[in-house]
Each structure stands twice: as C-alpha cells, then as structure tokens.
Design a protein around this ligand. Structure first.
Ligand code: ZN
Ligand code: ZN
Length: 288
C-alpha cells in the first residue's frame, strides 16, 4: 500500500474547506504515514470564476501563514511526516511571480499544472463552445508545451491529461454510463505526437509527472494521466513519478491508491517518487 499522499488541498485553497488538522487525523486513520500539502497558487486567476463574496483574489494564499501552519501542525503530530508543497497554476504571464515564490520559500515539492487555456477554465462550457472538442483538447496540450518551454520552476507536471475530465465526449459517456475505452484509444492515438513531445521535454528538463488518482473519482476509470501516457513516459526514459489523490476533502485522501502498485508494475515502474526539500526520493514498491 502506498502510504504517502503527495497532492492534497486544504482550506488554503479557494476550492477547499478542509482544515489541515482534520486532514492529518484522517490520514492517520487511513494508515498513511506522510502527506504533502499542495495548495493552489494560481496567480491572476480570472475573477469571473470566483463565486465568493470577497475582494481577495482567488486561488492564492499567504505563504508565510501557510508555512507557519504546517510547522505548527508538525509539532502537533510529531510521528507523522508533513511536507509543505504547492500546486502552481502555470501560464506564461505569471512566470516572474511564480519564480519569485519558489525562490523565496523552502517548499518540499512543487507541482506545475495547466488549469487555464488562453485564460479560460475548461471546466466551463464556454471553453468548449469557443474551441470545439478536437481543438479544445489540442489547445490544452499546446498550452502545456508552452508552459514547459517558458522555464517555470517545478518538480512534476500535474495531471497531464486533466482536460479529458471536462471534454464533452467524456461528460456524455459518463452521463449515459457508456464505456470510455474507445474514446481513450482514439484520443491517445490522435494526440500521441504532442503528448510524446510534452513527455520528452519534461524528461529532458529533469521533470517528473504525477499519477493523479482523482481521475477514478471523476468516473474516468483511469488516473490522470491515463496508463498509456505513463507507459510513454517510462519508454522515453522518465524516472520521476509522484502519487497524489488531489483530495479537497479529508475523505478523499489516498483515494484509489490500492490500484497504483499494479498500475506502476504494468507500466514498467518498480518505485514511485516523493520529494523532500525539492529532492526526489525513490520509494521501492518492494518496500511497501
Ligand atoms: Zn490541478
Ligand atoms: Zn490539485
């Protein structure tokens, strides 16, 4: 069993209400031994998506308060390994701010993620209305490639095929309870070239990918990214692979982690990666 969750949101993220203390209590109950908090830092997130009644910008937190909170929490739970990370929402316009953040604070782990495409959130139908499905998916991968080339400082790229969670074909299949196998087969071959380019560039830049198990929660039947991409990453020489639930509530901590050792073995990995002080630590599956 994988006992470390490396993608966890607390109330420091605009879209979570979870207290850090409750997260650690639940993590212990679920037999986890380590959590890395990766709260959202999406600089300049469009205000129109923020439904809260406040003037504070969405999806940013005060790093000083954040670090203080995790330090205090570690004192409360001395026998539990608490690490302090961040999930940075990448878009080229925020490069300077993002670099300043990672230079100024001693994060354990930085996930870089594409959440916006051309400053539009693909969670909303307007993105698909503006782009259409084929072009919408392609634009997401092109943006990811642009972000990788822009020179951000991060350790792994988050949920690489996240766009598939929201695309109309998947939503329709989930609604009608139709299997997604054909969709995945088509999509993986249609975008194979750009996906391989993304993965090759990540490997060349010494970056990892994550297995984000929230894909199971969304009903995809697969993590993000799909196993095919994990196999591509391995074939292309990738060695850094973190595991995270992307939990926004304590109940989702470690969700579907029992599926991961077999999935790692099937895609050629005998280990997974945790980051401590931005340094990768490989954990052998044989030791679990
Ligand atoms: Zn994310
Ligand atoms: Zn997340």
């Amino acid at each position: 069993m994988i006992r470390s969750d490396n993608h966890v949101h607390s109330r420091f993220s605009t879209d979570s209400e979870a207290s850090m203390e409750e997260i650690i209590r639940q993590a212990k109950q679920k037999q986890l031994i380590s959590v890395c908090f990766t709260d959202h830092m999406d600089y300049d997130f469009p205000k129109e998506y923020d439904k809260r009644e406040t003037d504070e910008p969405p999806f940013v937190f005060d790093p000083k308060t954040y670090f203080h909170a995790t330090e205090e929490l570690q004192k409360t739970f001395p026998d539990f390994n608490i690490r302090t990370g961040v999930e940075l929402g990448l878009k080229k316009e925020v490069l300077k701010k993002a670099l300043k953040l990672t230079e100024s604070y001693p994060f354990d782990f930085v996930i870089g993620s594409t959440h916006l495409v051309d400053n539009i959130d693909p969670y909303y139908p307007e993105f698909w209305e503006a782009n259409g499905e084929e072009q919408g998916i392609l634009r997401y991968y092109e943006s990811t490639l642009e972000n990788i080339k822009a020179g951000f400082d991060y350790d792994v790229y988050g949920h690489i095929d996240y766009i598939l969670r929201y695309c109309p074909a998947v939503k329709a299949a989930l609604k009608g309870k139709h299997p997604l196998d054909d969709f995945y087969t088509r999509t993986m071959s249609k975008y194979a070239e750009i996906l391989r380019e993304i993965l090759s560039l990540l490997i060349k830049n010494g970056k990892g990918i994550e297995i984000n198990t929230a894909g199971f929660k969304y009903g995809l039947g697969h993590p993000n990214p799909h196993e095919t991409l994990i196999s591509y990453y391995k074939e292309l020489g990738g060695e850094l692979i973190s595991i995270g639930s992307d939990a926004h509530t304590p109940g989702h901590l470690g969700c579907d982690f029992q599926k991961i050792p077999r999935l790692l073995n099937a895609t050629g990995f005998s280990y997974y990666t945790e980051f401590h002080g931005r340094k990768p630590v490989q954990v052998s599956l044989a030791e679990l």
